[in-house]
Design a protein around this ligand. Sequence first.
Ligand code: 6LW
Length: 500
Amino acid sequence: MRYQNPVLPGFYPDPSVCKYGDKYYLVTSSFQFFPGVPLFESDDLVNWTQIGHVLTRKSQLPLEDASNSGSIYAPTIRVNNGRFYMVTTNISSKGNFYVWTDDIYGEWSEPVWVERDGIDPSLYFEDGKCYFMSNGTDAKGDSGVTQCEIDIETGKVLSEVVTVWHGTGGRFLESPHLYKFKDTYYLMAAEGGTEYGHMVVMAYSDNIYGPFTEVKNNPILTNRNLGGYELQGCGHGDLVEDNNGNIWMVHLGFRQIGKWLLYHTIGRETCLVPVTIAGDEVYAGYKGTTTLTVDTERLPDDLVQKKEEVTTFKNTRPGREWIYIRYPRNGKYLWQDERVYLFGVKDKLDDDLAYPTFMGIRQKQPEGKMSVTIEACGDNEAGVTLYMDNQHHIDIGVKKTCGGRKLFKHVSIGDLSVVTDEFDIPAEGKISVDIVFEKLHYGFSVNAGGKEYDLGKNQSRYLSTEVAGGFTGVLIGLYAQTEIDDSDTPAIFSDLKIEY
Ligand code: 6LW
């Protein structure tokens, strides 16, 4: 069978996977966005369906202090005796915590906070015990992959914290996960940082607390030596065993926009590679790299990797595919008859730690197009935004003026926040916005009152992670903005289409 990576395209980083019955479940990090930690289900590891989010309540997800790329870092999902656990770090709040559920389609528990430092926590269950690891520091001040036992009912640390592995010497040792295959413990981690030097490394031991010995062929996975190859940054993986005893790794990678253009715009994405563990050697992907096209005999030839459907208001849902910057304010979003009604507030897309009226959906491929109709622009301003963060976004907006309306393009890149195009358009009537996604550019055009307006092109690199920093990817957003917080005149959007 042949499949394409990424298997989960768009901003879905730090994947973690577990298997329950014949189904696989996968989570990714979510940072300052609400709801938190998207949750997917799959029968075959190649086709994933989002079944919800893990963190759906404010009490689970304090985001008040979550600036760009703040709050929810890498999660781990595990299942033990039919109970699912998701453990992660809220770096803008109290640190490491987990939540659990007995119904994967239902709500998850309140957070159980764990008094351990470090990021990228992971759980390992064995013989009624639960082991907690992170990239922390132990009582002696040593740091690396730290491990201790916790009481899974209360989150209390039950044993001395021990540094079990220092990695292979690469920077940013993170994402530790422990497994047992054929009576041997395997510890997998990431090194090199989540950029072009990223890699997956592994060690093994007969004892759960080590000492751990490096496998012979570290790093077991990296694309750092594939200069110019589109898929880069491969690292931060998690393993799962299928019903046939085959081991697979999900991991993150990103697609650079050009051979000599080291920028990526749509975030870190989830990839899949076959893994073989042979004692002290571990083979992952194609000669330790991840390719965009994977041919494998491990999956049946009649298995088809489904193509992305055209995204509309009919086949997507608020709080599922659509996410909010921090919290959605009550009463500001209405979804009715395939139309979206947004009630603007004073908070702007440019504001940090704010709650603008905005809902966004991931740009999933570097190439594609979208269109949406703005039927009304509310009290003041409404539009479409390509949103990386509050300092890096391009907006096509419509604004009321005395007796008329203005169509404009606003570009925000770091310290630069400028309106680059402006047209007077008729005071009434629908406006349709078209955006073309190319690897290197975004192109913008608008039809208002039967007249076409060309709003030009912008280089995509200025919305990239390399420019903006952080860990997220471009969202396609709809927004509304006014000068008052209690406006009862909504902006109205209809006829959305996003195609790749
Ligand atoms: C994450 C860390 C990383 O927690 O980036 O790629 C951090 N790895 O493991 C944020 O995603």
